[in-house]
Design a protein around this ligand. Structure first.
Ligand code: ZN
Ligand code: ZN
Length: 365
């Protein structure tokens, strides 16, 4: 067994604290990774606080992981010791269902869905079986730790010209926004609206712009308008009724990145006929959609969940090629509870990334 240091929440109301636990050494086709950086995703907060009612404690969050391969288990061929690799939201799927066979592991229809990097299978019933599910475990521990052990197929290659700390948030925030932009065929010249300008919104704007689209970001915070301008995109205040009216029926695609339920009806108005508004930020019942606005112009309201493995590799390569990445602020693990509070308040546009070397300092303290 490998001794691992991490940060965990023991209850839905507790702060993250240092924890020691063990991971099994790499089995066939698995790799061991020394974690260098891990991004702080809004879903880490949802999970730690049990806001999706499926959290198993202790909860070690973290699914935007970049690290170095330190050991390759028997039969492993995909990565070598010393390689820089990334792990996103999933570490296994059933591999046999139709979505898995077509490369959409993130939409796995196996009995336990895909295995989440932390907090175990995505299906609550599978957890209740207490280890009796197909993955043989009812909880998993994520990247707020110094060692990960994962199947090699679920580790992505980090391009050499991408800094590891910048690559980390691309594994979730990048994949989550790239996948729908690609799926709905966003192309050069398209008019794309991004709703919300936090960690996901930041990536969505940069990726859509690099695809050649005209990008407008919608925010409730006037200070974020300045930040949009700096990125070379136009920003609009959601409360600016005149501006909203002017943009009626003008967008080819809209992506909502707000991490909680909100009124999407004003944005449906902004779509052209036959176009799609996709929600990626919120995983909960949404406020009532006015179907007359949808039906009268044959519009679509859709959802999309993270990205499959191919999309995740693609977005890493895409960001490296276009020289884009999330705006990040590097923090020590000891500051993660404060970072959670700021992300919850919604006033950060950049992504916090934890420098996992700080865990060792914790030990010596
Ligand atoms: Zn995430
Ligand atoms: Zn499957």
């Amino acid at each position: 067994m490998i001794k691992v240091l991490g940060y965990a929440a023991k209850h839905s109301y507790s702060r993250l604290k240092r924890i020691q636990f063990e991971r099994e050494e790499a089995r066939a086709n698995e790799i061991e990774i020394e974690v260098l950086f891990c991004g702080v995703c809004h879903s880490d907060i949802h999970q730690v606080k049990n806001e999706w009612s499926n959290t198993v404690y202790p909860c070690v969050p973290g699914h935007e992981i970049v690290g170095r391969v330190t050991n390759v288990g028997p039969g492993g061929t995909r990565h070598e010791v010393g390689d820089l690799v990334g792990v996103g939201c999933m570490i296994e799927s059933c591999r046999h269902c139709d979505p898995c066979q077509s490369g959409d592991q993130n939409y796995c229809e196996g009995p336990n869905a895909w295995l989440a990097t932390y907090n175990g299978p995505m299906v609550p019933a599978a957890k209740a079986l207490n280890g009796g599910n197909m993955y043989g475990r009812d909880n998993t521990f994520g990247g707020y730790s110094d060692v990960m052990v994962v199947n090699e197929d679920f580790a992505l290659k980090i391009p050499t010209n991408l800094k590891p700390e910048v690559a980390a948030p691309i594994l979730c925030a990048g994949a989550t926004t790239y996948s729908p932009l690609k799926h709905w065929g966003v192309k050069a010249g398209d008019n794309v609206g991004v709703i919300g300008f936090g960690g996901l919104g930041d990536m969505a704007c940069k990726i859509a712009k690099a695809m050649g689209a005209q990008v407008t970001v919608f925010t409730t915070t006037s200070q974020k308008l300045e930040e949009a301008k700096r990125l070379g995109i136009s920003g609009v205040l959601e409360s600016d009724k005149d501006a909203m009216k002017e943009m009626k029926s003008s967008f080819d695609f809209m992506l909502s990145t707000i991490p909680e339920k909100h009124d999407i009806n004003p944005f449906i108005e902004l779509l052209k006929r036959d176009r799609t508004l996709c929600i990626v930020g919120a995983l909960e019942p949404m406020a009532g959609v006015d179907n007359s606005a949808v039906a009268f112009h044959r519009k679509r309201v859709a959802g999309s969940l993270i990205g499959n493995l191919a999309d995740t590799q693609e977005v890493l390569d895409f960001c490296a090629k276009h020289g884009i990445g999330p705006d990040i602020e590097i923090i020590d693990i000891q500051d993660v509870n404060d970072a959670f509070k700021k992300v919850e308040k919604g006033d950060v546009r950049f992504r916090y990334v934890i420098d996992m070397a700080s865990l060792k300092r914790d030990e010596s303290a």
